[in-house]
Design a protein around this ligand. Structure first.
Ligand SMILES: Nc1ncnc2c1ncn2[C@@H]1O[C@H](COP(=O)(O)OP(=O)(O)O)[C@@H](O)[C@H]1O
Ligand SMILES: [Mg+2]
Length: 227
């Protein structure tokens, strides 16, 4: 296994509207290899989403570095970061974040269209990935016509359509009942294996973290390996 993603002394502060500075965390040193799956746990407000957003280049650190495939993301401009996110990182969110005006098939194909592929080819590949998540028969449905579990499977298909190296999932089963959540989790684990991803799952659920190779806890501004 080769190292894929690393953080070096990662720190994030937010400037609050009242002028105060919130120190979310500092000194986070984290690394993961291809094929690894890790869980990140921690109380609400401990900085899990902030951490994931930094790993996925959705946000920039206050100090420290995120290194993806040997490249320091801080050195990249916004256009390069968007390209890196599109090609190398798949995001799955608790609330699915599907575009309501688009069909499931269009939602899934969107990252391909954004990377410049033609509509016919994007649609064809969208159907292929929908088949992987067992929903090719729902390609023409809008999100409002789908169940929560189906919406999350569509969101997973969208996250994977560009063949990313890294999958970042922020409480992916948090809006689902246990049975549906378990099925979504099993799908994530299967796709993780099949595609040899490096996956980070933020979760509150110890049953979920137990299925991951490693668990980290974010607490009082520090990241600690559990067990
Ligand atoms: N854009 C932001 N501006 C200011 N404060 C923020 C912002 N995003 C998150 N925070 C604060 O940072 C802390 C960590 O938030 P978050 O990363 O969302 O935690 P978690 O995902 O663990 O619940 C919280 O106190 C939250 O209120
Ligand atoms: Mg969060």
């Amino acid at each position: 296994m080769s190292e894929l993603l690393r953080t070096v002394d990662l720190a994030k502060d937010y400037l609050l509207p009242d002028g105060e500075t919130l120190h979310v965390f500092s000194g986070l040193n984290f690394s993961m290899n291809r094929g690894e799956i890790v869980a990140v746990m921690g109380a609400s407000g401990s900085g899990k989403t902030t951490f994931l957003n930094l790993l996925g280049a959705l946000d920039r650190p206050t100090s420290g570095a995120v290194i993806l495939e040997g490249e320091d993301l801080a050195m990249k401009n916004a256009v390069s970061l968007a390209r890196i996110r599109n090609a190398k990182i798949g995001f799955v969110f608790q609330a699915f974040h599907l575009l309501p005006e688009f069909t499931a098939g269009e939602n899934v194909a969107l990252p391909l269209l954004m990377s410049g592929l033609g509509r016919a080819e994007a649609t064809r590949r969208g159907i292929e990935v929908l088949r992987e998540v067992g929903l090719e028969n729902k390609a023409g449905c809008r999100p409002a016509q789908l169940s929560g579990g189906e919406m999350q499977r569509i969101a997973i298909a969208r996250a994977l359509i560009n063949g990313p190296a890294v999958l970042l999932a922020d409480e992916p089963t948090g809006n689902l009942d246990w049975k549906t959540g378990e099925a979504v989790l099993r799908l994530l684990l299967d796709l993780h294996e099949k595609r040899g991803l490096a996956s980070v799952l933020v979760t509150h659920n110890e049953k979920v973290s137990a299925l991951c190779g490693k668990t980290y806890i974010l607490e009082r501004g520090a990241l600690e390996r559990l067990g």
